[in-house]
Design a protein around this ligand. Structure first.
Ligand code: SF4
Length: 361
């Protein structure tokens, strides 16, 4: 559905028409996963769950970067904050995520120099202004964020900013989808694929996963009309038993994606195995600095190698991220775990499933 203005993607008449169509074509019970945390929040904010047929269940997936960051990586961020003369720079959501023994927020309250930034470029500027200190940037993101981190490193080289480094806990989306499909007990009838990640990767990035698992997959934008349309397409594919990889966000996503962003990302980073909270290690799902850029690798610069540790007792973030549980099924939800006192990252991040359920449902 090609519309001209953003308001049209929020149009009530169009939305009601799509909801009516969804009800008329929906016969089977289906479990559809919105992979991206921004979709989870948008779905709640627009009340989309409440207008769907009863048989359509929406599951939140592993697309919130803070939520999938492994406990050992959170512990590493906390350890950096404890090193003398280090300034830790981080996106705001990470500051409250509990590590094994502390949070970045608690370390800051105890005197550590932890600063919230809006991009890696802020971190570079902080490094420029604090030549007598080391600045570590907590790299947590998907394909949307990684090219900017790569650009930051190139900028650091150009500006001879040597007191700056990145701890890369960055991750790639398609390998996580494949890992979900390989996990026992995971039942998914279709993926609502992330719009902003797809702007970078392009539709082609999902082709291998789609072809291997024959799973209905639709790239969606974030307005209510976008999301309803993606849901309709997934239901139609399932009802017709004709799985397809469709791009319902063509105003932003092309087949090939953003070539320049991918080129910068692949110039600085290379694919590696990565630990995902609750899921464990997924082969070739992370991005680490290439050898020629390793002097900007904070883990190497500081010899930081934190051990794997279990997630907080009772926290079901891992199962929620795999669509195996809803936050309601976590015994700690709204009891021991609230946005003021989060136990796991899914309650911290603005894109986290538990936080979205808490705020909107
Ligand atoms: S409610 Fe809290 S403890 Fe339970 S899964 Fe969510 S973040 Fe973890």
């Amino acid at each position: 559905m090609a519309l001209k203005y953003i308001e049209e993607y929020r149009d009530g008449v169009l939305a009601r028409g799509l909801v009516k169509k969804i009800h008329s074509v929906s016969k089977k019970d289906l479990r559809l996963m919105e992979v991206c945390g921004t979709h989870t929040t948008a779905i709640f904010r627009h009340g989309i769950r409440s207008v769907l047929p009863q048989g359509i269940t929406l599951l939140s997936g592993p697309g919130c970067p803070v939520c999938v960051t492994a406990q050992k990586d959170i512990d590493a961020f906390v350890e950096f904050a404890r090193v003398k003369n280090v300034i830790v720079t981080t996106f705001g959501d990470l500051i409250k995520v509990p590590g094994s023994s502390s949070t970045l927020g608690k370390e800051k309250a105890s005197g550590a120099d932890v600063r919230i930034v809006y991009s890696v470029f802020d971190a570079i500027n902080i490094a420029r202004e604090n030549k007598d200190k080391e600045v570590v940037f907590c790299g947590v993101g998907f394909e949307t964020t990684i090219p900017t981190i790569a650009a930051g490193i190139l900028m650091g080289i150009e500006g001879k900013v040597d007191n700056f480094s990145v701890y890369s806990a960055n991750k790639l989306t398609p390998p996580a989808l494949a890992a979900l499909m390989e996990t026992d007990g995971v039942e998914i009838d279709g993926f609502i694929l992330p719009g902003h990640v797809s702007v970078i990767t392009g539709t082609d990035a999902y082709r291998d996963t789609f072809e291997k698992y024959d799973i209905p997959s639709v790239i969606s934008g974030f307005e209510p009309i976008d999301i309803l349309q993606a849901i309709l397409l997934l239901i139609q594919q399932n009802e017709a038993e004709k799985p397809a990889l469709e791009n319902a966000y063509p105003r932003a996503v092309s087949d090939a994606g953003n070539g320049k962003a991918k080129q910068i990302m692949n110039q600085v980073f290379e694919v590696c195995n990565a630990s995902w909270r609750g899921i464990g290690e997924i082969p070739l799902s992370g991005m680490e600095l290439k050898k020629e850029y390793q002097k900007f690798d904070a883990a190497i610069r500081f010899g930081m190698d934190m051990p794997d540790v279990p997630e907080p007792k009772g926290c079901a973030c891992g199962e929620i991220l795999m669509g195996l549980k809803s936050p309601y099924k976590c015994p700690l939800y709204k009891k021991k775990c609230t946005p003021m006192n989060p136990v796991g990252p899914c309650m911290v991040s603005s894109e986290g499933s538990c936080a979205a359920f808490y705020r909107y449902s």
